[in-house]
Design a protein around this ligand. Sequence first.
Ligand SMILES: [Zn+2]
Length: 257
Amino acid sequence: MTESGRKEDPFWLKNMIVLGHGAPNRINSLGGRQGRCLCLWSEDRGYCRVYPVPYGFVHDWEVVDFHVRLPKNDGRENSFTLNNYETNWDKMWECIVVHKDKNNKRVKLSRDACIKLTHKLAIDTFSNVRDNARSFGIINPTKLTFFLRKNGESSTQQTTLVELDHTIMDQNDFKWLPYIQYECPQGCISAHPHTSKIVEWGCYQFMRKHPDDEEYCKKLGDNLHISDDSYEKYLLIGNIKNYPKTYIIVKVIRFKK
Ligand SMILES: [Zn+2]
């Protein structure tokens, strides 16, 4: 396979399905340019994290190859950085190859394939993901509540959220932050319910229109169909670099029944 040779050598992560994008972070070593973190999965590799990925290169459920290497200061499981992103940021297309079909159309899983894969993966509980120090897991929650928390009330899940249409917007610019409280299916040994911040990028794109307006931001719960029984909902959770036992919600995966 591609990982022969030295541990630090770059290699290709092949046939990865994009499951979710976190909201962008500032990359200090690149003068504050924005990159996000992807949650990927493949049959061969399982869950992988790749970052920093520039805006606009990939979409959820597409199939992509990434040229990566091990990061320098990240102990999280199956986490990789794009190769040479520090010096080659304007040519990241060299490291991100989206699969295309014979008509040159980007390959994306069909709705049925997305649902089938989600059902296959949604077998986790919070404690089983955390206690095995996994980077990601998908939970099929038995209870689910959406709420906003005033920014600044909790500092344990710091994430910087930026570059929405090239306007720099920091987490501090959002007065309200979206949270979900949930319970896992049986087998979770951690205290219930769990409370996690949502970092799904689309949520911030929505709130950005009126970031100070609580009533407006609350509508995010409807957009996510949290209380709508005609939707199946699953939580894609992932851990954060500085607090690897803390998990945030990378995406609320949802399908109309
Ligand atoms: Zn649980």
